[in-house]
Design a protein. Sequence first.
Length: 140
Amino acid sequence: MNIEQDITFEMARLRKTAANMDALFRIPGTRITVGLDNILGLVPVVGDAAALLPSLWIIWQARQLGATRGALAYMVMNTGIDFIVGSIPIVGDLFDVAYNANVRNVAALERNLERKASVAREVNQKSSGMVRPNINGLLN
C-alpha cells in the first residue's frame, strides 16, 4: 500500500464512524438523521461520555493524518460544543440530532487535507518546472 491508499482507507473508516455516530438511519418522511451519538445521549452522563470516545478517536486520527492545528482546533471546538450542549437533558438531545459534530469534523478534515494536497501539488509543479541557473563558473 502507498500513502494515498492508506489515507483513502483511513478516510473511509472515519466517514463510516462519523455516519454511524451521527447518521445511522433517517427518520422516514424527514431529512432528520439519527445515530449512535443520539441514542447513547439519551442515557444521562454515561451515554454522553461513551459517545465522546469515537469523537476523540476521529480527532486523533485527523492528527495522525496531518491535519493542521487550525483544523484540529475546529474539530475540538465542534466536539466540545456537542458534548457540553448535548449533556443538557432533552434540549441537548434535540441539539445532538441537528448538530452532527462527527460528520462536520470528517468533512472539515477532508477539506483540510485536500487543501494541503493542492498546495503540495502546486509547489511540486512549480519546482519541477523551475529552471536552475548554472552557477559552476561563478564559484571560482
